[in-house]
Design a protein around this ligand. Structure first.
Ligand code: HSE
Length: 311
């Protein structure tokens, strides 16, 4: 049987105050999944990754997403998967979502492409739920659809693709710190002051408008979070200093990507982007923490087929 190859991008989810609601796909980072039909079941025959990951299809998001798609399609066939991780797991860049989306897309494609990308969000998110313990689509939705997305409701799933910001330059900095999504969720306050709720809602709405209108300056004004960021910042050593130095270097905003530890800063000026990247990386290094960094932009296509008829 012939192999196909699918790419699924890294994602920022949440975008600042839009906790579990707003997500964004980014360029030049993501997972590749190769897939082919087999007679029955789901087999993961290869994983290329910096970190050990389970090849048990019941424990790996790619395997779970592929099984979910086969179940939805009611097909008595199977799929073999090879996974090439393009980003570190547990980095807050939607690593598990990317594998899930690529595998869901590939399985659907191999069996006739009956489901559209919107319909693949549910099986991919069910796979994500296995590793995160919670059901949220702010990584899977932008990963599949590209651009920025808004999840109104998870069950039933109601997701809207909002749009993109062409001038947006994103500086991603991933410190070598472990932050488990579960821990980063457990630390969140159960109740919030009405004032903070209104603040976060206003900023989230403005972010939605910014991506709908392709308006960078609107986004630059609205990357503010009074609720989630202060709680999670404690899990990232040096967070306040890194943010201060990113802003001093010219960033128009900085926030935690997903549940962290990756941080993302924004600008519309590529020269400033290099200064910002340098300031953030050096601040972490001064705190004894090594990092990976990348200057990137919005990925508008989402999950895509990159090769077929591969022998
Ligand atoms: N929206 C989720 C969170 C994403 O912030 O907990 C986790 O990657």
């Amino acid at each position: 049987m012939e192999w196909i190859k699918v790419f699924a991008p890294a994602t920022i989810g949440n975008i600042g105050p839009g906790f579990d609601v707003l997500g964004l796909a980014v360029k030049n980072l993501g997972d590749i999944v190769e897939a082919r039909k087999i007679a029955k079941g789901v087999v993961i025959s290869e994983i290329i990754s910096d970190m050990p990951l389970s090849a048990d299809p019941h424990k790996n998001t790619a395997g779970i997403a592929a099984s979910e798609v086969l179940r939805i399609l009611n097909i008595d066939g199977g799929v073999e998967l090879k996974i090439k991780k393009g980003m570190p797991s547990g980095s807050g860049l939607g690593s598990s979502a990317a594998s899930a989306c690529a595998a869901a897309f590939a399985t659907n494609y191999l069996y006739g492409g009956q489901l559209n990308k919107d319909e693949l969000i549910l099986p991919a998110t069910r796979a994500e739920e296995f590793v995160s313990g919670d059901f949220f689509a702010d990584n899977t939705a932008p990963c599949l659809l590209g651009g920025a997305t808004l999840t109104r409701s998870c069950l039933p799933l109601d997701v809207t693709k909002i749009g993109s910001i062409s001038k947006l330059i994103i500086i991603l900095v991933t410190p070598k710190i472990t932050v488990l999504t579960k821990d980063a969720r457990d630390i969140l306050p159960e109740t919030v002051p009405l004032k903070s709720f209104v603040f976060n809602m206003a900023n989230s709405c403005l972010i939605t408008a910014a991506f709908a209108k392709d308006d960078y300056s609107l986004f630059a004004r609205s990357l503010n979070d009074e609720i989630i960021e202060p709680a999670r910042a404690k899990l990232i050593q040096g967070f306040d200093q890194v943010k201060q130095n990113a802003l001093r270097a010219g960033a128009d905003g900085m926030a935690i990507s997903g549940s962290g530890p990756t941080l993302f800063a924004i600008t519309d000026d590529i020269h400033k982007a290099r200064f910002i990247e340098d300031a953030m990386v050096r601040t972490f290094q001064n705190n004894g923490i090594e990092c990976q960094s990348l200057i990137t932009e919005v990925e508008d296509e989402g999950t895509v087929l990159i090769e077929e008829n591969k022998k």
